[in-house]
Each structure stands twice: as structure tokens, then as C-alpha cells.
Design a protein around this ligand. Sequence first.
Ligand code: NAD
Length: 600
Amino acid sequence: AWRVCTEHPKTVLALPEVQLGLIPGAGGTQRLPRAVGQQAALDMILTGKNVRARKAAQIGLVHDLVHPAILRDIAVQRARELGAGAKRRNTSARARTARTLLLDDNPFGRSIVLRQAREMTLKKTRGHYPAPLAALEAVAAGYHGREHGFAEDARLFGEMAETPVSKELIFLFFATTALKKDSGVRADDGTPVPVPAHDVVSLGVLGAGFMGAGIAAVAAQAGIPVRLKDSGLERVGKGLAGVRDVLHERLQKRQVTRQQYDDQMLLVGGTIDYTGFGGTDLVIEAVFEEVAVKHTVVREVEALVPAHAIIASNTSTIPIARIAEASARPERVIGMHFFSPVHKMPLLEVIVTPRTAADVTATAVAFGKRLGKTVIVVNDAPGFYVNRILAPYINEAGRLLDIGAAIEAIDRAMLEFGFPVGPITLLDEVGLDIAGKSGVIFHAAFGDRLAPSQSLRAVVEAGRLGRKGKSGFYHYDEVGKKGDVDPSVYPLLPTGSQRHDVPIVEIQRQLSLVMVNEAARCLEEGIIHGPRDGDVGAVFGIGFPAFRGGPFRYIDATGPASVVQHLEDLEFRNPGRFVACELLVQMARKGERFYKARDL
Ligand code: NAD
């Protein structure tokens, strides 16, 4: 964007393809062209959303769209016009409707808009994020005079910049920025090693199911040619339809042009016999979660691809080293664990075995970044990192059901804590059959501390599948929209229909501490490279509340000694499930923290 300013008003010229953002503040909104509705402006301020220049021109935020070739000429021309006292050109197409006159142009209407915005903000943030409310306060102050507005704006900005929430969000910003520069490779002593990545010119995806189609779609979005292989034509067709759905959504939202959409669709080809795999640099397998099937496809594909090709697995539970057993080149086998839905979830967990070659890791990491993902590299262990810390959390939610806590009470408690969905809703979303199966795997890997809850076992045995089967802990309508708790699930649970109140803090403490304790255990066992990766993985992989910074930042904020004390208390009441990990005990004893003060 190019701004041509005289004293006031301003003319804003924009290049057609740019995105424009709006910085909150009384001054900001006061200086908006009057044609921009308060609601549209508040929406941009509160969500931090960018608008495309074309939309900005439509709503009156931008006066002219200018081709780059003539930008300078037009800018100078406008400046001269304004300098000569010409009135600002208002090319906004936005009509002054009765609604805008009522809501935007009088104090009463504005106060209604502001009140609604406040209520919406509180509903969305549950009061955890103070800055959007402060932005609204600053906007409101602007209506009592420009100078007053600016002063309040500055004061509130100063306050907001110093809140603990701001510190955590800034931490996450710097952590993800640092990860963008990280090759993901570490020396034996843990220091980062810069290793060049290979180009991935062509990608092969095995399994055109839910995940395979999602991976193919994000690769096509990034301009990478993809071969999608499944075992039957019908399944390939279904996979291609899945790719189309993802890409088409972006066309509908006008994030891409029709031409770009067509080009992206043309990048994806389907096959049932590995045609076109001869030149692939990277193959990601997303076939059924069965070792035998994974072994078969690894053997088959390895015989066809070039020797430098990387074979990655999207498995969620099978150790990568186990999958690599079928490979003649185990050093070129790696885990690339995408989260569902692939096009929406920002994290990619890359899993390395002791045999994975450094260039393979660097290439998988670079490829993930090219797909727009935030990438963490973890070592091979059951559940890797993200699902490993999720497992005890979900399990404890089931244990609470076992002792008679109400479904909605558990979900509400964790929503209040800051998670985007409650754990019981999450179980329904993931699929109760899948959750049941991974529960068995975690039990086998970690023993009785992760013994599955009786409640989960009972609902799985009753044939409930969760949202996909439209029958789980909650009601679902024909299109799968979630309703209230389904009371018919209670008689299946050990304590039956009798539910009793478990205090919200108890629920929050039990579930959050079991998760952060597991995260610390992963650090202790060397599964993650450091607390930073653990925090980013939890926030971007499972929605650990961003305003708390992540499990390690949360432990630091609470104090390791206090975390250990609460864990001991929980352990006393629930033997075997809350033993504080040694790392935390040591830190509590020595008064240490994961992050130094200078790390923010
Ligand atoms: P899915 O059942 O939707 O898809 C699996 C596909 O693999 C099917 O289309 C099947 O026909 C195909 N397939 C089976 N054998 C094949 C073979 N020999 N050659 C080619 N194709 C074959 O399953 P999904 O949910 O997409 O999961 C796939 C993998 O991704 C699993 O390993 C799963 O653990 C993992 N994963 C799933 C999720 C999730 O939320 N669904 C998340 C992360 C990882």
C-alpha cells in the first residue's frame, strides 16, 4: 500500500493483490474513511484479520486500486490534487443504508455496536485476552475527542504490552519465527546444525483417504505436483474429490482465482499402480494404520522410486523405526505426522529415528514449511510428542466420568481453562473407536498409569463412534452438528446416571497437570529438543491455550514447586497416575525454571 498524506484527510492507494491490515486504536478508527462501517472496522481490529485490497476498496477503506506500473504517477497526481485543495475522491461503492445511518452515524447506534462487539469478544475469549477489550475501550474513547482518544490509545497500549498474556503471545511469535530458521537437525550435544534440504520437485502420496487427500491438497496449494495412489479406482476418485473440496473452498472464499484453482487441481493425478512414482523425491504414506499394510507399501514403493527418495509415514501410533524395518534404506525413512484436517491444522510433527539421515530430516522439515506448516522435530517414541501428552489428558477426562463427573462439566472446565474444545467433545470428534484403539496402545507402552478409563471402553463396546457415527457422548443431527449431551450414554458408564458435582478447579488441575507432567517427561526422555518445541507443539497441535504460552511456560508461571506439590496431592488420591517426573522434582528442589528471564 502506498499512502499519500496531506494533513487530513488521507488518500490510500493500494496494489490490487496486497492484503491490508488495520492497527487497533482510537486514532486508527477515527481516521478511517467514514464510508467504512464501524462494524467492519471493529471486526478487522478485533480479529486482526487482513482484507484483500479489492474488498478494502469495496468497503471504502482504500480509495483507489492502482496497477504497480502507474502507482508512482497516480500517487503524485493525487498528492497534487490534495495539495491544491481538492476534495478526497470517494470511490467507495458502499451504500449509506438506513442501518449504517442508524448504527454508525449517531452516538446511540455506536454504543450499541460497541456493546455487541464487547459481548462477542467476551464470548469468544472467555475473558482470557485483555487486548481486544482494551482496543474497544480505545475506540470508544476516540468518540470523546481526538486528543482524548489518542491519549487513551497510548495508555492502553502501554498497559497491554506489559500483560502476562502479551508476553506469552510474543514468546510464541518468536518461537515460531525461530523454528522457521531451524533445519531441525541437532548435533549429539543438542546444538542446532544447519543442513541443506533437497528440492522436492514431485510428491507421491500413498492412501487417498482422509489424510492422504488432505496432504495432496496442501501440496497442490503450494504448487507441488502430486501422485495420489490408492488400491481401487473408486477410492482414488474419492481422494481426488477430497482434494477438490479443500481447494474449492479457497476458490469460494476468493482466496484464489479460478485460474489458480484449475492449475492446482491439474497438479494432482491419481493412480492405482504407482504410475508416475518413478521420479518422486518424497513419498508420504497415509494408508491404514496397520504395520503389515505399511510394510507392504514401503517395500513396493521403494523398489520404484529413485535412491535419494524419502519415504515418510503419517502414522499416528506406530513407531517409525518399526515401519523402517521393511525398508532397504532405513536412513531415508522418517515420520511426517500431519494433524486433521490437514489444510487447517498449522503443525507438522517430524519424527526421526536414530538411523534417519540428517539431509532427510532437513528435507522433511523444509518441505513442511513449504506447505505453510510450523514444524517441530521429535524423536521416535510411542505417541511421539503431541499425542503422547494428549493421551493422559483424555484418559483423565474418562476417569472423571468413571467417578461420576458430568460430561458438560468436564468440557466446560477445560473450555474455561482456555482449550478450544472440551476433552469429551474432542473424543467424539476424533472418533471413539480410534480413541479406544490408541488407548490400548498407550496402555501397552506406558503401563497402568495410562490404563484406559472404564467409561471410554464402555461407550466403544456399545458401538458408539462419536460424531462420524452421529452417536457419542453428545447428540448429533443428520449433518453432524453437535447438540446437547446425550443422556442415554450415562447408563453405560460405571456410575450410571447419577452424576455429582466435581469442582471446576479440581477438573482443571487434574487434566492440565497430567498433561504438563507428561510434557516434562517427554523433555526428560529427550523426545523433544527443548521446552520451546514442546510449547509450540502443544499450542499448535492440540490447542493448549496460547495465552498460557504452552505446557513449559505454564509450569514456569505456576512454579515447578507448586506443580510438584499439586501432583503429589493428586497422586495421593489417585495412586500411580500423577507421579511427578524426576525433572520437575529436581527443578522444584533447585528452584529452577525452563526459561530464563531473558527468554521473556
Ligand atoms: P483412511 O481410512 O481415511 O484412509 C486410508 C486409505 O489408505 C484408504 O483410502 C485405503 O483404501 C488406502 N489404502 C489401504 N491400503 C493401501 C495400499 N496398500 N495402497 C494404497 N492405498 C491403500 O485413513 P486416514 O484417517 O486417512 O489415516 C491414514 C493414516 O494417517 C493412518 O496411518 C492414521 O493413523 C494417520 N493419521 C490419521 C489422522 C486422522 O485424524 N484421521 C491424523 C493423523 C494421522
